[in-house]
Ligand binder design. Structure first.
Ligand code: PEP
Length: 251
């Protein structure tokens, strides 16, 4: 059966010392009180090596927030999936709406990044989600479906099973606006149906689909209690050990 997962996305926050400190705090908190779900933290690239040394990855998996769409070579400033893997990290967040909006990441680019992540045995946490205008125009199902189809449907069923999906309505990210539990469940059930139509119900039932967008200790339980919501991708509330733990303990 699929895993429940709470994954943090630190974004461009915390210097190296602060990041290691937060990882240490989480590690000792979760050692003292074992989580009932898989916990992952998505750190900036330069933190990965130290954070991997700081945490026990059976307790807290370490994730990058991006990787390059090229294997290696003259791509100044880029970090390849193979480099991420060599730090010890096990996951990579791909297709976050901020990457799509500010860095021009298309479904086509994300298809290549996904292939490179899988080739290097990283688990992609693959983000999808509509912007406000798309929801208001009732296009949210269509948009999310095409994001999945265009970036991921070339994968075999065996490879697809290695993906974690994160549904993040862009209008809920960092805005304090959360999708209602009904809106989240409706979209997650729709996504699972899209997967079932392509790969069969057994594969669809194995995929963890996380919700992201202003998830906090106060609303996590209600969101995660929906049948097709298998946890969360957490931005702001992953930056303080106490808040992040509050969300983890919703399971
Ligand atoms: C995110 O950026 O993935 C996110 C969900 O952010 P926040 O929790 O801050 O809305």
């Amino acid at each position: 059966m699929r895993q429940n997962i709470v994954a943090g996305n630190w974004k461009m926050n915390k210097n190296l010392q602060e990041g290691v400190e937060l990882a240490k705090e989480l590690q000792s908190a979760l050692q003292a009180e074992k989580p009932n779900c898989r916990v992952v933290i998505g750190t900036p690239f330069i933190h990965l090596t130290e954070v991997c040394k700081t945490v026990d990855q059976d307790l807290i998996g370490v994730s990058a927030q991006n990787c390059a769409d090229q294997e290696s070579g003259a791509y100044t400033g880029e970090v390849s999936a193979e480099m991420v893997k060599s730090t010890g990290a096990r996951y990579v967040i791909l297709g976050h709406s901020e990457r799509r909006a500010y860095y021009g990441e298309t479904n086509e680019i994300l298809k290549t990044k996904t292939d490179l992540a899988l080739k290097n045995e990283l688990t992609p946490i693959f983000c999808i989600g509509e912007v406000l205008e798309e929801r208001e125009a009732d296009k949210h199902f269509e948009i999310v479906k095409s994001q999945i189809e265009e970036a991921l449907f070339h994968l075999s069923a065996d490879d697809f099973k290695k993906i974690v999906l994160a549904y993040e309505p862009v209008w809920a990210i960092g805005t304090g606006k959360t999708a209602s539990p009904e809106q989240a469940q409706e979209m997650h059930a729709f996504i699972r149906k899209v997967l079932a139509d392509k790969y069969g119900q057994d594969v669809a039932d194995e995929i963890s689909i996380l919700y992201g967008g202003s998830c906090k200790p106060g609303n996590a339980k209600e969101l995660f209690s929906n049948a097709d919501v298998d946890g969360g991708l957490i931005g702001g509330a992953s930056l303080k050990a106490e808040d992040f733990r509050g969300i983890i303990s919703a399971f």
